[in-house]
Every structure is written in C-alpha cells, then in structure tokens.
Design a protein around this ligand. Structure first.
Ligand code: C2O
Ligand code: CU
Ligand code: CU
Length: 489
C-alpha cells in the first residue's frame, strides 16, 4: 500500500516536472512615476517547494521599467526588507547621486526617490541592489529587473517591439541551491540555471516571424555561451547601451555577468516547430567561469560545479502562428554610431591582479581593494580618457563602469568583434595578460561628493573589493588626477 502510494506520488511528481512550464514575462511599468517595493517572498522554483527570495513588487525579479528618452522620471523605491539595500540603474547615464551605488543606501522601511531625465539610447538596461558587500546576497536571492529605453531612432526602424509577444526580455541566472532548495550565496558551485526566475527547460511561445530577444546574463558569477539548436543563425542588433550600426550575424554569443544583447531571430519558416536555446559551455574559452576552468592552478576544486564544462538546454521555443503586425524581414542597417575619438585622450591604466597569483577569489584593481571612503581618482569633465584594462589573473573578469557607456577600442590589441562596436558598459578582459582598451568621456554631472563606481561584475569579486570609485571634476587647466587618492568628506 505504502509502495503504491509512493509510486503514485512519484508519477505525479514526474508529471509536474514534465508539465509545460512556460517562461514568465515580467510585467511592465510605464509613465513618469514608478513605484518599486523591494520585498521578501517565497517562490516555487522547484515543484512543491518554497524558496525564500527577494523581488521588486513581487517575490522575485521585478517589473520591466519602460522609459522614453528625453522624459523625466521619478522612481520611488520603498525598502520593505529588514536590511539596507540600494537600487542601481545599471547602464543608465545619470548623476552619481541618482545612480544607486553603495553611497545611496535605503534603510529598511525607507523610500528613496531619485528623479532624472532619461538620456540614454534605446536599449536594454537593468536594475539591481548595489550595497557594498551585500550585492551578491541580494541579487542571488532574486532582486533584479529590466529597464527598456525607447527612443525615436529605434522607433523609426522596422523592428519587433510588441512586449512579451515578439519582443521578449530574458534573464539567465546561474544559482546555487542547498538541499532544502534555498539559495546559497556562495556562487562557486552553481547547480541550477533559471530563466526569468523558473528552472531552465521551460517553454517560451513565439510567433512565426522575426522576433527580438533581449538577453541579460544576470548571474553573479558565470558566463553564458548562447546558441540555438541546428546552429540556427541569429542577428545581434544591440549591445549594452544602444543599437549597432547593422545587425551582426552569428550562431554563438558569449555574455558576461551584467552584459546584455538584443538579438533577432527569423522564425517565419518555423511554424509549428520546436527550437532550443542552449548554453555551449564546452566552447567557452579557458578561464571563463561557466565553461572550462583552468586545469593547473590550486583552488579550482571549489570552482567545479555540476554544470561545469557542459552544454545544456536553457529554454524551449514553441513556434506558433504569426501575429498580424509581424515584421517580415530584418532591416539591413540600424543607426549610425559615432564612437568617441581617442585623439588627445588622457591615458589611465587599471590592472587586475590576484594574490596569491593563482588565486581564483582574491582580486585587486591597481593593487588595491575598494574602500567606501577612498576616492581612487578624479576624471575631468568633458575630457576623453582611454582606459587600458589589463588582466594579470587566471580568469576572465567582466569590467563594468557606472554612469556612462564607453566604446571598445581593442581587445588583446585587436579590433573588437563587430557586436562589441556599439555603446558598452560591460566588457570582458580576457585572462592571463589579456588587455582591453576603452574610450569614455563624462560630459556632465560633476560632483565633488558622490563618486561613480567601476568594478568587476562577478559579484563575489565586487563584494570582496574588486571595485573602485572616482569623482567627475571640472576640468582644471587640462590636468588629470590619476594617482593621488583622496578621502571622501
Ligand atoms: Cu550592474 Cu555596479 O553594477
Ligand atoms: Cu552599473
Ligand atoms: Cu572578477
């Protein structure tokens, strides 16, 4: 009898597992006033089990904020946690005081209401907590959401833009769960992947036409190498901070933690078919967490999770009937980007190091760790700077800059791949003496009190001090302050 009961129960469980779980689409918020409530909740990520999570206006993740370039918005962030938090608008160009970094804490029970003009180009951005030493903790528990900026240039192009129908935001997150299915902060042994907050392998229904997927690697630690079944070609149209000049055809796309890409997929001939979106971990270069790890060094054993070096399915795509406003073909050209010139730019060097040299956890930027009260340097307002990012460690680090997009000049002394030629705010610095050059210019928002951050977007590295901060200062007779450190008042 007991046995029979068990069989019935396990059959039921199997059915639940194989029942078609659909990939949820986050709700949207639009207008000029946005209300976000950061709250605790529980989510049924595993059938019949409650996982403690954090979300905005819900148990995990958050609504997609739709912003129009040129408009002024106010976002009220009500902290209902019993812990301090911050909310950072990752990728947006706004003042340091509105940026939501570690210097703008929202105490439990308080509301923070930044108000700013949307200055960014149409693209996909995101928001997440950024409290020093607590970023990993709050992000892995589920706190993050999308921001979509729209602008006239993007609106004039024949692109899919019906949210949730042919224009779908997808956040991919490696996570670690303990035996009671609670999210564990240590992210070195990831044992699951979530897509929009549900276990990988769920189904997304898409119409048989050109569709746009807004991909975000929202992981704390690991890379994704995306591709479709049958090696289906797709086209990237936007990077972190805006559209590319023209769609870039590809069959694989690597995204670092924090990085976004908008891709178009032509499903017009796929009606009734099932496709798979997959992760090709075995094809990731050495030293990219999520694929092969370096063999030789000590301390790797804690990096080896059950999902290392494997390929797996992220999501099934079920192709249904096209919609009446279907986009028939992919436009050959998009916008004209004018990258910043690096002529006469000030040169700044940032070097990533590890101690000991083989360490996979203890990282430094210019041999120092982040300190809340230390300004690492000042950037002159209105003056272009070329930053040379050098990585002397054994693993890849995704470098992120606050408050501005930058342009990538070179990766390992070579011209960057075509899909990296638009506005970026996250760029991977390859391991073992990899080098990336970027050019950036801060044209507004000088502030003598609140700094902008730059850091590795691997959240455990960031929390452990692989971060720095700078002030944007008025240009003082052409001089730049590169080396001197200053205490914050
Ligand atoms: Cu998405 Cu400073 O981070
Ligand atoms: Cu950011
Ligand atoms: Cu790092």
């Amino acid at each position: 009898m007991k046995k029979l009961f068990c069989i019935v129960v396990s059959l039921l469980a199997v059915q639940i597992v194989f029942a078609q779980i659909t990939v949820p689409i986050p709700a949207t918020l639009e207008g000029s006033i946005f209300n976000l409530k950061v709250q605790k909740g529980t989510s049924e990520i595993f059938p019949g089990q409650r996982t403690n999570t954090i979300g905005y206006n819900g148990a995990q993740l958050g609504p997609t904020l739709i912003l129009q370039k040129g408009e002024t918005v106010t976002i009220n962030v009500d902290n209902q946690l019993d812990d301090t938090t911050t909310v950072h608008w990752h990728g947006l160009h706004l003042s340091p005081a509105n940026d939501g970094g570690p210097h703008t804490p929202i105490m439990a029970g308080n509301t923070w209401s930044p108000s700013f003009k949307v200055m960014d180009q149409a693209s996909t951005y995101w928001y997440h907590p950024h409290l020093h030493r607590k970023t990993l903790n709050q992000v892995v528990k589920g706190a993050s959401g999308f921001i979509i900026v729209r602008d006239p240039a993007e609106a004039s192009l024949n692109l899919p833009r019906t949210y949730g129908v042919d224009d779908v935001p997808l956040v991919f997150q490696w996570k670690t769960f303990d035996e009671s299915k609670q999210i564990v902060e240590m992210d070195e042994v990831d044992n699951e992947v979530l897509v929009n907050g549900v276990l990988k392998g769920a189904t997304l229904n898409l119409p048989a036409q050109v569709v746009r997927l807004r991909l975000l690697n929202g992981s704390s630690h690991r890379y994704f190498n995306f591709g479709f079944s049958n090696n289906l070609e797709f086209k990237q149209i936007a990077g972190d901070g805006g559209l590319l000049d023209a769609p870039v055809a590809m069959t694989k796309l690597i995204l670092a933690p924090g990085e976004r890409a908008e891709v178009l997929l032509d499903l017009s001939k796929s009606l009734g078919q099932k496709l798979l979106l997959q992760h090709f971990g075995t094809e990731l270069p050495m030293g990219y967490p999520g694929g092969m790890m370096m063999m030789m060094m000590g301390g790797t054993e804690n990096m080896m999770g059950p999902l290392d070096d494997t390929d797996f399915d992220l999501m099934q795509i079920q192709v249904l009937a096209p919609t009446p406003n279907a986009i028939g073909s992919i436009p050959p050209a998009l916008i004209t980007n004018t990258p910043l010139s690096s002529n006469g730019a000030f040169n700044r060097d940032l070097t990533m190091t590890a101690r000991p040299q083989m360490s996979m956890t203890n990282f430094f930027l210019n041999e120092s760790k982040f300190e809340m009260n230390t300004i690492n340097f000042k950037v002159s307002k209105g003056a272009a700077e070329v930053w040379t990012l050098t990585n002397q460690t054994m693993m890849a680090h995704p470098f992120h800059l606050h408050g501005n997009s930058f342009w990538v000049i070179s990766v390992n002394n070579r011209k960057p791949a075509a899909n990296l030629l638009g506005r970026k705010d996250v760029i991977t610095v390859p391991p073992i003496n990899g080098a990336v050059k970027i050019v950036v210019r801060y044209d507004d928002f000088s502030d003598s009190v609140t700094p902008y951050m730059y850091h590795c977007h691997i959240l455990s590295h960031e929390d452990n001090g692989m971060m720095g901060q700078f002030l944007v200062a008025p240009l003082l007779s052409g001089t730049h302050d590169n080396l001197s450190k200053e205490k914050l008042k």
